[in-house]
Design a protein around this ligand. Structure first.
Ligand code: SF4
Ligand code: ZN
Ligand code: ZN
Length: 306
Protein backbone atom coordinates (compact mmCIF):
# COMPACT_ATOMS: atom_id res chain seq x y z
CA UNK A 1 0.00 0.00 0.00
CA UNK A 2 1.21 3.52 -0.89
CA UNK A 3 2.25 5.50 2.16
CA UNK A 4 2.81 9.25 2.16
CA UNK A 5 6.18 10.37 3.44
CA UNK A 6 6.76 13.45 5.56
CA UNK A 7 8.52 16.13 3.50
CA UNK A 8 10.66 17.04 6.53
CA UNK A 9 11.71 13.72 8.04
CA UNK A 10 10.62 10.96 5.67
CA UNK A 11 8.39 9.43 8.36
CA UNK A 12 4.77 8.48 7.83
CA UNK A 13 2.82 11.60 6.78
CA UNK A 14 -0.65 12.16 8.24
CA UNK A 15 -1.56 15.31 6.31
CA UNK A 16 -1.12 16.24 2.68
CA UNK A 17 -1.19 19.95 1.81
CA UNK A 18 -0.70 20.23 -1.97
CA UNK A 19 -1.21 24.01 -1.75
CA UNK A 20 2.09 24.21 0.19
CA UNK A 21 3.67 21.17 -1.51
CA UNK A 22 3.94 19.66 1.95
CA UNK A 23 3.17 16.29 3.46
CA UNK A 24 3.77 16.14 7.19
CA UNK A 25 3.98 13.54 9.91
CA UNK A 26 2.06 14.15 13.12
CA UNK A 27 5.05 15.66 14.94
CA UNK A 28 5.95 18.06 12.14
CA UNK A 29 2.33 19.01 11.51
CA UNK A 30 1.92 19.92 15.19
CA UNK A 31 4.98 22.16 14.84
CA UNK A 32 3.91 23.62 11.52
CA UNK A 33 0.41 24.68 12.52
CA UNK A 34 1.25 27.07 15.41
CA UNK A 35 4.12 28.51 13.34
CA UNK A 36 1.61 29.44 10.66
CA UNK A 37 -0.65 31.11 13.21
CA UNK A 38 2.23 33.17 14.65
CA UNK A 39 3.28 34.20 11.14
CA UNK A 40 -0.25 35.36 10.33
CA UNK A 41 -0.54 37.30 13.61
CA UNK A 42 2.76 39.07 12.91
CA UNK A 43 2.26 39.61 9.20
CA UNK A 44 -1.00 41.46 9.75
CA UNK A 45 0.08 43.00 13.05
CA UNK A 46 -2.97 41.53 14.80
CA UNK A 47 -1.93 41.93 18.44
CA UNK A 48 1.18 42.07 20.60
CA UNK A 49 2.46 39.15 22.75
CA UNK A 50 1.25 40.75 25.99
CA UNK A 51 -2.17 41.87 24.70
CA UNK A 52 -5.34 40.36 26.19
CA UNK A 53 -7.39 38.68 23.49
CA UNK A 54 -11.05 37.73 23.61
CA UNK A 55 -11.62 34.56 21.59
CA UNK A 56 -15.12 34.16 20.18
CA UNK A 57 -15.83 30.44 20.51
CA UNK A 58 -18.78 28.60 19.02
CA UNK A 59 -17.87 25.07 20.10
CA UNK A 60 -16.87 24.23 16.51
CA UNK A 61 -13.46 23.04 15.35
CA UNK A 62 -12.12 26.36 14.07
CA UNK A 63 -12.70 28.51 17.14
CA UNK A 64 -11.64 25.79 19.61
CA UNK A 65 -8.48 25.05 17.60
CA UNK A 66 -7.75 28.79 17.54
CA UNK A 67 -8.24 29.14 21.29
CA UNK A 68 -6.07 26.10 21.93
CA UNK A 69 -3.23 27.29 19.75
CA UNK A 70 -3.26 30.88 21.04
CA UNK A 71 -3.08 29.57 24.60
CA UNK A 72 -0.23 27.21 23.72
CA UNK A 73 1.62 30.06 22.06
CA UNK A 74 1.48 31.90 25.39
CA UNK A 75 -1.11 34.57 24.56
CA UNK A 76 -3.41 35.76 27.32
CA UNK A 77 -6.86 34.69 26.17
CA UNK A 78 -10.38 34.54 27.45
CA UNK A 79 -13.12 32.64 25.65
CA UNK A 80 -16.56 34.06 24.99
CA UNK A 81 -19.49 31.87 24.10
CA UNK A 82 -22.74 33.44 22.95
CA UNK A 83 -25.67 31.11 23.58
CA UNK A 84 -28.02 32.14 20.78
CA UNK A 85 -30.95 30.09 22.07
CA UNK A 86 -31.15 27.89 18.95
CA UNK A 87 -33.16 25.01 20.34
CA UNK A 88 -33.44 22.85 17.25
CA UNK A 89 -31.62 19.65 18.32
CA UNK A 90 -30.65 21.62 21.43
CA UNK A 91 -27.90 23.08 19.24
CA UNK A 92 -26.91 26.09 21.37
CA UNK A 93 -26.85 24.23 24.70
CA UNK A 94 -24.89 21.34 23.23
CA UNK A 95 -22.37 23.75 21.71
CA UNK A 96 -22.00 25.44 25.09
CA UNK A 97 -21.30 22.07 26.72
CA UNK A 98 -18.42 21.51 24.29
CA UNK A 99 -16.97 24.94 25.11
CA UNK A 100 -17.29 24.32 28.86
CA UNK A 101 -15.74 20.86 28.69
CA UNK A 102 -12.88 22.17 26.54
CA UNK A 103 -12.20 25.10 28.90
CA UNK A 104 -12.27 22.81 31.95
CA UNK A 105 -9.89 20.33 30.33
CA UNK A 106 -7.36 23.02 29.46
CA UNK A 107 -7.86 25.30 32.47
CA UNK A 108 -9.04 28.24 30.36
CA UNK A 109 -11.13 31.23 31.42
CA UNK A 110 -14.36 31.99 29.57
CA UNK A 111 -17.65 33.75 29.84
CA UNK A 112 -21.08 32.93 28.46
CA UNK A 113 -23.66 35.42 27.25
CA UNK A 114 -27.09 33.85 27.05
CA UNK A 115 -29.16 35.87 24.57
CA UNK A 116 -32.56 34.71 25.86
CA UNK A 117 -31.66 35.43 29.50
CA UNK A 118 -30.12 38.81 28.67
CA UNK A 119 -32.57 40.13 26.07
CA UNK A 120 -35.73 38.13 26.79
CA UNK A 121 -35.87 35.99 23.62
CA UNK A 122 -33.45 33.75 21.74
CA UNK A 123 -32.16 34.64 18.27
CA UNK A 124 -34.71 32.40 16.41
CA UNK A 125 -37.48 34.76 17.61
CA UNK A 126 -35.89 37.50 15.50
CA UNK A 127 -36.34 35.76 12.16
CA UNK A 128 -39.68 37.45 11.49
CA UNK A 129 -38.07 40.87 11.81
CA UNK A 130 -35.46 40.41 9.06
CA UNK A 131 -35.86 41.24 5.42
CA UNK A 132 -36.37 38.06 3.43
CA UNK A 133 -36.41 36.19 6.76
CA UNK A 134 -32.69 35.70 6.72
CA UNK A 135 -31.76 34.20 10.05
CA UNK A 136 -28.02 34.65 9.64
CA UNK A 137 -28.35 38.40 9.07
CA UNK A 138 -30.09 38.89 12.43
CA UNK A 139 -27.80 36.42 14.13
CA UNK A 140 -24.67 38.16 12.81
CA UNK A 141 -25.94 41.50 14.04
CA UNK A 142 -26.64 40.11 17.53
CA UNK A 143 -23.23 38.43 17.73
CA UNK A 144 -21.36 41.58 16.62
CA UNK A 145 -23.24 43.71 19.13
CA UNK A 146 -22.49 41.35 22.03
CA UNK A 147 -18.85 40.87 21.04
CA UNK A 148 -18.30 44.63 20.91
CA UNK A 149 -19.96 45.09 24.27
CA UNK A 150 -17.95 42.37 26.02
CA UNK A 151 -14.66 43.51 24.46
CA UNK A 152 -15.34 47.09 25.54
CA UNK A 153 -16.39 46.14 29.09
CA UNK A 154 -13.39 43.86 29.51
CA UNK A 155 -10.96 46.24 27.79
CA UNK A 156 -9.60 43.60 25.41
CA UNK A 157 -7.08 44.53 22.75
CA UNK A 158 -8.89 42.46 20.12
CA UNK A 159 -11.56 39.89 19.41
CA UNK A 160 -10.20 36.83 17.62
CA UNK A 161 -12.50 34.69 15.50
CA UNK A 162 -11.86 31.29 13.93
CA UNK A 163 -12.48 32.24 10.28
CA UNK A 164 -10.30 30.06 8.07
CA UNK A 165 -9.12 30.49 4.48
CA UNK A 166 -12.15 28.64 3.08
CA UNK A 167 -14.52 31.00 4.92
CA UNK A 168 -12.67 34.05 3.65
CA UNK A 169 -12.34 32.82 0.07
CA UNK A 170 -16.04 31.89 -0.05
CA UNK A 171 -17.11 35.33 1.18
CA UNK A 172 -14.70 36.95 -1.26
CA UNK A 173 -16.14 34.95 -4.14
CA UNK A 174 -19.66 35.91 -3.16
CA UNK A 175 -18.71 39.57 -2.97
CA UNK A 176 -16.85 39.51 -6.27
CA UNK A 177 -19.66 37.77 -8.13
CA UNK A 178 -22.07 40.44 -6.95
CA UNK A 179 -19.48 43.25 -7.07
CA UNK A 180 -20.22 44.24 -3.51
CA UNK A 181 -17.57 46.94 -3.49
CA UNK A 182 -18.33 48.14 0.04
CA UNK A 183 -17.93 44.62 1.47
CA UNK A 184 -14.84 44.04 -0.68
CA UNK A 185 -13.14 47.08 0.79
CA UNK A 186 -13.93 45.97 4.32
CA UNK A 187 -13.00 42.27 4.10
CA UNK A 188 -9.64 41.93 5.84
CA UNK A 189 -7.68 39.80 8.34
CA UNK A 190 -7.85 42.77 10.72
CA UNK A 191 -10.75 45.16 11.21
CA UNK A 192 -9.25 48.11 13.04
CA UNK A 193 -10.90 49.72 16.02
CA UNK A 194 -12.75 52.67 14.49
CA UNK A 195 -14.46 53.71 17.73
CA UNK A 196 -13.67 52.97 21.42
CA UNK A 197 -16.79 50.80 21.60
CA UNK A 198 -16.20 48.96 18.31
CA UNK A 199 -13.47 46.44 19.03
CA UNK A 200 -10.56 45.46 16.82
CA UNK A 201 -11.35 42.12 15.14
CA UNK A 202 -8.72 39.68 13.95
CA UNK A 203 -8.70 36.34 12.13
CA UNK A 204 -5.50 34.44 12.97
CA UNK A 205 -6.49 31.36 10.90
CA UNK A 206 -7.39 33.31 7.76
CA UNK A 207 -4.66 31.78 5.59
CA UNK A 208 -5.10 28.19 6.80
CA UNK A 209 -7.35 25.78 4.92
CA UNK A 210 -10.41 24.48 6.73
CA UNK A 211 -9.31 20.90 6.17
CA UNK A 212 -5.99 21.59 7.89
CA UNK A 213 -7.67 23.25 10.86
CA UNK A 214 -9.90 20.16 11.13
CA UNK A 215 -6.79 17.95 10.98
CA UNK A 216 -5.17 19.96 13.77
CA UNK A 217 -8.28 19.67 15.95
CA UNK A 218 -8.37 15.94 15.28
CA UNK A 219 -4.69 15.29 15.98
CA UNK A 220 -4.87 17.39 19.16
CA UNK A 221 -7.95 15.45 20.29
CA UNK A 222 -10.15 18.54 20.50
CA UNK A 223 -13.73 17.46 21.10
CA UNK A 224 -15.77 19.94 19.10
CA UNK A 225 -19.43 20.03 18.07
CA UNK A 226 -19.68 18.34 14.68
CA UNK A 227 -23.28 19.26 14.09
CA UNK A 228 -23.74 22.38 11.96
CA UNK A 229 -26.08 25.15 12.99
CA UNK A 230 -29.55 24.18 11.64
CA UNK A 231 -29.72 27.50 9.79
CA UNK A 232 -26.38 27.07 8.05
CA UNK A 233 -27.86 24.85 5.33
CA UNK A 234 -29.42 27.92 3.90
CA UNK A 235 -26.19 29.89 4.02
CA UNK A 236 -24.84 30.62 0.54
CA UNK A 237 -21.30 30.34 1.86
CA UNK A 238 -21.45 26.53 1.88
CA UNK A 239 -22.29 26.51 -1.81
CA UNK A 240 -19.34 28.75 -2.67
CA UNK A 241 -16.99 26.68 -0.50
CA UNK A 242 -17.90 23.59 -2.47
CA UNK A 243 -17.28 25.34 -5.80
CA UNK A 244 -13.89 26.59 -4.59
CA UNK A 245 -12.97 23.09 -3.44
CA UNK A 246 -13.85 21.72 -6.86
CA UNK A 247 -11.48 24.24 -8.43
CA UNK A 248 -8.87 23.44 -5.79
CA UNK A 249 -8.97 19.73 -6.63
CA UNK A 250 -8.13 20.54 -10.25
CA UNK A 251 -5.66 23.26 -9.43
CA UNK A 252 -4.18 23.16 -5.90
CA UNK A 253 -3.48 26.50 -4.16
CA UNK A 254 -6.10 28.40 -6.19
CA UNK A 255 -8.14 29.05 -3.07
CA UNK A 256 -5.29 30.65 -1.13
CA UNK A 257 -4.05 32.56 -4.19
CA UNK A 258 -7.50 33.98 -4.76
CA UNK A 259 -7.65 35.30 -1.21
CA UNK A 260 -4.03 36.32 -0.65
CA UNK A 261 -3.65 38.07 -4.00
CA UNK A 262 -6.78 40.05 -3.25
CA UNK A 263 -5.31 41.15 0.11
CA UNK A 264 -2.08 42.20 -1.63
CA UNK A 265 -3.98 44.13 -4.28
CA UNK A 266 -5.85 45.94 -1.55
CA UNK A 267 -2.57 46.77 0.23
CA UNK A 268 -1.26 48.19 -3.01
CA UNK A 269 -4.22 50.54 -3.20
CA UNK A 270 -6.15 48.81 -5.94
CA UNK A 271 -9.40 49.53 -4.15
CA UNK A 272 -10.16 53.22 -3.69
CA UNK A 273 -11.41 54.46 -0.37
CA UNK A 274 -15.16 54.50 -0.12
CA UNK A 275 -17.68 56.64 1.58
CA UNK A 276 -17.44 54.51 4.74
CA UNK A 277 -14.15 56.19 5.66
CA UNK A 278 -14.64 59.23 7.82
CA UNK A 279 -18.16 58.26 8.82
CA UNK A 280 -19.75 60.02 11.77
CA UNK A 281 -21.10 57.80 14.52
CA UNK A 282 -23.99 58.70 16.80
CA UNK A 283 -24.63 57.07 20.14
CA UNK A 284 -27.62 54.73 20.32
CA UNK A 285 -29.94 56.20 22.98
CA UNK A 286 -30.90 52.75 24.24
CA UNK A 287 -27.71 50.66 24.40
CA UNK A 288 -24.99 53.31 24.15
CA UNK A 289 -23.19 51.67 21.23
CA UNK A 290 -22.11 53.77 18.27
CA UNK A 291 -24.33 53.69 15.19
CA UNK A 292 -24.59 55.41 11.83
CA UNK A 293 -28.36 55.68 12.27
CA UNK A 294 -29.81 58.88 13.70
CA UNK A 295 -31.90 57.03 16.24
CA UNK A 296 -31.75 53.44 17.58
CA UNK A 297 -28.89 51.21 16.37
CA UNK A 298 -29.69 48.23 14.12
CA UNK A 299 -29.44 45.85 17.09
CA UNK A 300 -31.95 47.74 19.23
CA UNK A 301 -34.27 48.17 16.23
CA UNK A 302 -34.27 44.41 15.76
CA UNK A 303 -35.70 43.87 19.24
CA UNK A 304 -38.02 46.84 18.93
CA UNK A 305 -39.62 45.26 15.83
CA UNK A 306 -40.38 42.01 17.61
FE1 SF4 B 1 -26.10 32.28 13.33
FE2 SF4 B 1 -26.47 31.64 10.74
FE3 SF4 B 1 -24.18 31.04 11.97
FE4 SF4 B 1 -26.39 29.73 12.62
S1 SF4 B 1 -25.38 29.70 10.62
S2 SF4 B 1 -24.88 30.55 14.05
S3 SF4 B 1 -27.91 31.35 12.42
S4 SF4 B 1 -24.96 33.10 11.57
ZN1 ZN C 1 8.13 14.53 9.94
ZN1 ZN D 1 -28.65 50.20 20.46
Amino acid sequence: MYQMKCTKCGGLAVVNMPQHRLKLCEEHFLEWFPEQVVNIIRRYDMFAPDDRVLVAVSGGKDSLALWYVLDRLGYETEGMYINLGIDHDDYSNRSQEHVEAFAAEHGLEYQVVNVAETYGRGVPALISTTRGHRMCAACGLVKRHIMNRIAYEGDYAAIATGHNCDDEAAVLMQNVLHWQTGYLRRQAPVLPQVHPRLARKVKPLCRIYERDVAAYALVRGIDYIQQECPYSKKAQTLFYKEILNQIERRSPATKQQFYITYLKAKDEGLFAEGEEEGRVYHTCPRCGQPTLADDLCAFCKLWENL
